[in-house]
Design a protein around this ligand. Sequence first.
Ligand code: HPA
Length: 233
Amino acid sequence: MTPTPHIGAQKDQVAKKVLMAGDPLRAKFVAENWLKNPVLYNEVRGMLGYTGEYNGQMVSVQGHGMGIPSIGIYSYELFTFYDVDVIIRFGTCGAMDPNIKVGTIIIADSATTDSNYGYQFNLPEGYKATASPELVEKAEQVAKELGYDYIKGCVFSSDVFYDESGKQKAMWVNDGVLAVEMEAHALYTNAFAKGKKALTILTVSDNLTTGEEMPSEQRQLGLKRMIDVALGI
Ligand code: HPA
């Protein structure tokens, strides 16, 4: 069933390995700066997707928007209708632990949530979804080879960016969560349900405990490192 309601591409236009970013313009930037001969395959809703060559292999890079419902739709369609084998999300997160500095790379081996996304697969509310262990191991290997410091652990995929209750932070810290973002849980759940592989690599853009924020110069470096790791896998 391609094209889908959200991806205007034929099946063979999308590679079996897809990198995904929340911001479609970030997907465009990666396609134009890392891939050889990138071809635009999707413009539906401005959620740009490109396929190009990296080290002789076809790779796609596509936007996924913000939050669990949005990445839920795109990753479901890629796994189910485009037969994509591997999705690697790269993005930013807010750290919980005051000792985690902005700019730190986090390899998210698992993701808890306040979402009930897993109900559709009869999974219990708030269960911990896991990344593909094989991809986690490879990401660690690549990061080490490149000399990039990283932390591996659990993140929290929240449905809420502006938490007026103030309750969430305590909940996350108690769970031993390293950082908060808004998508990994849905990506891992879809991969689990479809027998596929998924990973999320993050750069800490802000620390929710200390209030430290990443300067914009550092954002490009963080992006470069995540892409180097994601493409090196
Ligand atoms: N919350 C959710 N997602 C994020 C944050 C945050 O504070 N920072 C970066 N991504």
